[in-house]
Design a protein around this ligand. Structure first.
Ligand SMILES: Cc1cc2nc3c(=O)[nH]c(=O)nc-3n(C[C@H](O)[C@H](O)[C@H](O)COP(=O)(O)O)c2cc1C
Ligand code: SF4
Length: 524
């Protein structure tokens, strides 16, 4: 590209594209040509301010300024307003980094997302990429595991298990072959952080997986990506090819004597395939069904061999820890929840998007300061945190800090960081029914409490809502929930009752006969 051409950024991730970013990019090129303006169009990733997509940025003398949301029809007006020189326009948002939604975040894992061109290795390196791997290459597996343990990093896929302890088990299990598997099945409702990383900063995941391989002595890695993410699959494949050509993965990682090969596998399209043992079955080419534990995957995982299974965000956080040190990472957060959490604001929320902040902020800050309240402008009534198996949180709980233990203490969970917001028009009786229905549809069928219990759960909720033996069926629903929690083989059946129990506790007025509710005018 010609020198002194102005850099214009139009995101090319799935969210921005679904909002028309490709047409905006084409309009920018056409208009620049028509006016004889020299531009260098960069297709970056989204900054995660989804309500402003497509968000167009311009590099104005080293500072990025933003305009959004922009439609193709807005583009001639942008040029007219002199946006290449940061000119004033009704859609002007000022300096991108100063937009409060971004300025208040602590982006560590997402440090490069939206800044760089996703597939450019030069851009990745210019923004601190591969420094963590560069440090790791000079360390023993034990030293790397110790640093990750010391950082306090816990798995971001749902269970919040300490990453260093898992890696330690794999390191200490002797085997001629070990594996690193990245869980990119991202099945939780309202979540998109994994997709953003893979589409917008794929090398950080490759770097994290390679460091994991060096740490535990694994020479082969697989990224198991949900099939509904075709762009993420393409980007990861392309990025792996380029990283291999540049010597960061492959037979000799960074010219050393250690190998780490990486491949992408398309997932099988079932929620249960996100559970790590089902995932391993699926990776082996079988139906995604839960395995009994023990043995743990860390001891007997893929093809019966020691395997690290980690979520995308867990692995993508490892490079900054190896780059800046365990102490740097650990300084963020609260209690036993160290570092940052990538919150995904979704559902009925005005300013949906990605917020990476240190643990310890309250739910209320997320919902109102970042989210701006509900999209409909009505009061927020409930928030489901942690995916479809997470409790519905009541307004009285909105001061809870984002901290694994604080959430667990009130029967809720942070999980993968998804927050799905509902306003006061939500029918929590239907949400209770949905929790059981979801479990019935997604059950792998291996154990009875889940396979049969979830189907019976839908029937019992229907009977309550229809006013059939209401009191007896409410007791039965509680007993059924207890049975599923205590008797299910995995967390799908074991946690599906949590949303139902939270509704019984905090929204009991919705889980009762429709006739009765109609009589008092609460249901249309
Ligand atoms: C029903 C079910 C679905 C799950 N889906 C996912 C998923 O989509 N992505 C994920 O990373 N973990 C998921 N998990 C958690 C994984 O089993 C496992 O704990 C995780 O991949 C470990 O990685 P981490 O320690 O980095 O979190 C799921 C668990 C259950 C019980
Ligand atoms: S709880 Fe459900 S998903 Fe889990 S093993 Fe049992 S039947 Fe399968």
């Amino acid at each position: 590209m010609a020198s002194n051409a102005t850099k214009v950024f139009v995101p090319a991730d799935t969210t921005a594209r679904s909002m028309g970013a490709d047409r905006v990019a084409a309009a920018v090129v056409t208009e620049a040509e028509r006016r004889g303006e020299r531009i260098d169009l960069v297709r970056n990733g989204s900054r995660g301010l989804y309500w402003l997509e497509p968000l167009v940025e311009v590099d104005a003398g080293g500072t990025r300024v933003a305009y959004g949301p922009i439609s193709p029809e807005d583009v001639p007006g942008l040029f007219e307003a002199g946006f290449l020189g940061a000119g004033k326009h009704p859609r002007a948002l000022g300096e991108t980094e100063a937009i409060p939604y971004l300025a208040r975040q602590s982006r560590l894992t997402f440090a490069r997302v939206g800044l760089t061109e996703p597939l450019s290795i030069e851009d990745y390196r210019a923004h601190g990429g591969f420094r963590g791997l560069g440090n790791a290459i000079g360390l023993s597996g034990r030293e790397i595991v110790d640093i990750v343990t010391e950082s306090g990093l816990r798995g971001r896929g749902g269970a919040a298990f300490p990453t260093g302890i898992k890696w330690n088990t794999v390191l200490n299990t002797p085997s001629a072959q070990k594996y690193v598997v990245c869980n990119a099945d991202e099945g939780d409702s309202g979540t998109f952080a994994d997709r953003m990383i893979m589409e917008s900063d794929p090398y950080v995941l490759i770097e994290g997986m390679t460091i994991a391989g060096l740490a535990v002595g694994a020479t082969q890695g697989y990224v198991y990506i949900r099939a509904e993410y075709p762009l993420a699959i393409r980007r990861m494949r392309e990025a792996i090819e380029r990283a291999e050509a540049a010597g960061y993965v492959g037979e000799r990682v960074m010219g050393g004597d250690r190998a780490f090969r990486l491949e992408v596998r398309e997932a099988a399209g079932a929620y249960i395939c996100g559970e790590e043992t089902s995932l391993l079955e699926s990776l082996e080419g079988k139906r995604g069904v839960i395995r009994f534990r023990p043995p743990l995957p860390a001891v007997k995982g893929l093809f019966g061999l020691p395997t690290v299974v980690n979520n995308v965000i867990s692995l993508a956080t490892v490079p900054i820890i190896l780059d800046k040190g365990a102490g740097f990472y650990k300084d963020f957060g609260t209690g036993r929840s160290r570092g940052t959490l990538t919150v995904q604001l979704a559902g009925n929320v005005k300013q949906g998007g990605l917020v990476e902040i240190a643990f310890g902020h309250t739910l209320s800050e997320l919902l109102y300061d970042f989210g701006g309240g509900s999209a409909t402008g009505r009061p927020i009534r409930a928030v489901q945190a942690g995916g479809p198996l997470g409790a519905y949180m009541h307004v009285s709980q909105f001061d809870t800090p984002l901290d694994y233990e604080a959430f667990a203490a009130i029967g809720a969970m942070i999980g993968h960081g998804g927050l799905v917001v509902f306003d006061d028009t939500v029918d929590m009786g239907q949400q209770a029914r949905f929790a059981m229905e979801f479990c019935a549809v997604e059950s792998c069928g291996k154990c009875t409490p889940c396979r049969i219990g979830a189907v019976r759960g839908v029937e019992v909720v229907d009977r309550i809502l229809d006013g059939v033996d209401e009191a007896a069926n409410l007791t039965l629903l509680r007993e059924l929930c207890d049975t599923m929690v205590a008797g299910s083989l995995c967390a799908l059946g074991g946690m599906a009752p949590f949303p139902v129990l939270s509704i019984l506790e905090h929204f009991p007025e919705d889980l009762r006969s429709r006739q009765e509710a109609r009589a008092v005018g609460e249901v249309a």
